[in-house]
Design a binder for this molecule. Structure first.
Ligand code: SAM
Length: 275
C-alpha cells in the first residue's frame, strides 16, 4: 500500500512543486485577519513557520515577530526560501520530529496552506504533539485543513475535460485529464473514507498528492485530544464559521491554543470566540 507521507514528500521535494510555490506571495485573507488579531501577542516573540515552502508567509510573520524561523522538509523549498528572503532564518525540518527545537519556546506556530494534511494520521498526531511541545504555554497554533464535509468532483469527472476550438489544445487538455486519472488510479489503494477523516487525492500537481480531509467537529475533537483548545474557525475569506455549517468550504482555518500555565485566558481571545 502507498505510504502517503512518503509519496507526498517525494512530490514536494521535486522541482515542479518548488516552481509552483515560487508563484504566490503575501498572506491569504484569513491569515491576514488572524495574524492581525494575534499581533500584540506575538510582538518580538519567537514564531515558527512550519511547511514554509518558498517563504510566502515569511516576510509578514518576520515583521510581526522579529524572531522568525521557517522550516520545511523539502530541501529545495528551503533553498528557494533562502534565496527569496536572504535576511530571514530557514532550516530543514520535519513537523513530526522537532527534537532540535526547544520546548515551550514559540508564541505562534503556523502550518499554512494545508501543509499538515500531507502527513498520514499517525504522523499528524505526532506533529500535533511536537507543535504543542515547542509552543509556550498560552501559545497559538494556526493552520488550515481540507474539509471532509466538502465534496469536490473526482479526478475522472467528465466535467474536468473541456475541449477547445483549437485541436492541439484539446489534445493537451485530454493528456492532462488522462494523466490525472492515472495518478488517481495509482493512488487509489491509499485512499480512505472515514466518519471523521478521509484520505483523498487533491488537485495539487494534477491529482498526484493525497491529502488528509477532516470534518470540522472532528478536527476540534482531534485538537482537544492533542491538548489544544480551539478558539475559532475561519473560511479562506477570513469570515468566522461555525463547525456545523461548512459544506461549501473546501478548506478551513483553525485557531488553536495551548492552555496557559495558570489556565487563564488573556485579552486577544475575546476576538475569536468559537462560533
Ligand atoms: C501546500 S505547500 C505550502 C507552502 C507554503 N506554506 C505556502 O503557503 O506557500 C505545503 C508545504 O508543506 C511542506 N510539508 C509537508 N509536510 C511537511 C512536514 N511533515 N514537515 C515539514 N514540512 C512539510 C511541503 O514541503 C510544502 O512546502
Amino acid at each position: 500500500m502507498t505510504d502517503i507521507s512518503r509519496s507526498n514528500r517525494k512530490r514536494y521535494r521535486a522541482s515542479p512543486m518548488v516552481r509552483k510555490y515560487r508563484g504566490p506571495s503575501g498572506l491569504f485573507p484569513a491569515e491576514t485577519q488572524i495574524l492581525a488579531a494575534l499581533a500584540p501577542t506575538i510582538h518580538k516573540r519567537p514564531v515558527l513557520d512550519l511547511g514554509v515552502g518558498t517563504g510566502r508567509t515569511a516576510p509578514d510573520l518576520a515583521t510581526l515577530s522579529g524572531d522568525y524561523l521557517g522550516l520545511d522538509y523539502a530541501p529545495r523549498m528551503i533553498q528557494a526560501a533562502r534565496k527569496a528572503h536572504p535576511d530571514l532564518r530557514f532550516a530543514p525540518g520535519d513537523a513530526r520530529n522537532l527534537a532540535h527545537l526547544p520546548a515551550e519556546h514559540f508564541a505562534l506556530v503556523l502550518f499554512s496552506f494545508n501543509g499538515l494534511d500531507y502527513i498520514d494520521h499517525t504522523g499528524r498526531m505526532r506533529a500535533l504533539a511536537e507543535i504543542r511541545r515547542v509552543l509556550a504555554p498560552g501559545g497559538y497554533f494556526v493552520f488550515s485543513s481540507h474539509n471532509a464535509a466538502f465534496t469536490a468532483p473526482p479526478p475522472y469527472a467528465r466535467s474536468r475535460f473541456v475541449p477547445s476550438p483549437n485541436p492541439l489544445r484539446t489534445l493537451v487538455r485530454l493528456g492532462h485529464y488522462l494523466m490525472g486519472c492515472l495518478h488517481y488510479l495509482r493512488l487509489r489503494p491509499a485512499l480512505r473514507e472515514g466518519a471523521d477523516w478521509s484520505l483523498r487525492v487533491v488537485g495539487e500537481r494534477n491529482f498526484s498528492v493525497v491529502a488528509y480531509h477532516i470534518r470540522p467537529q472532528s478536527q476540534v475533537a482531534e485538537l482537544e485530544t492533542a491538548g489544544f483548545s480551539t478558539e475559532a474557525l475561519y473560511a479562506f475569506t477570513g469570515e468566522g464559521v461555525s463547525p456545523e455549517k461548512t459544506e461549501s468550504l473546501p478548506w478551513i482555518y483553525y485557531l488553536a491554543r495551548k492552555p496557559p500555565r495558570d489556565g487563564s485566558r488573556h485579552p486577544p481571545d475575546a476576538a475569536f470566540r468559537l462560533r
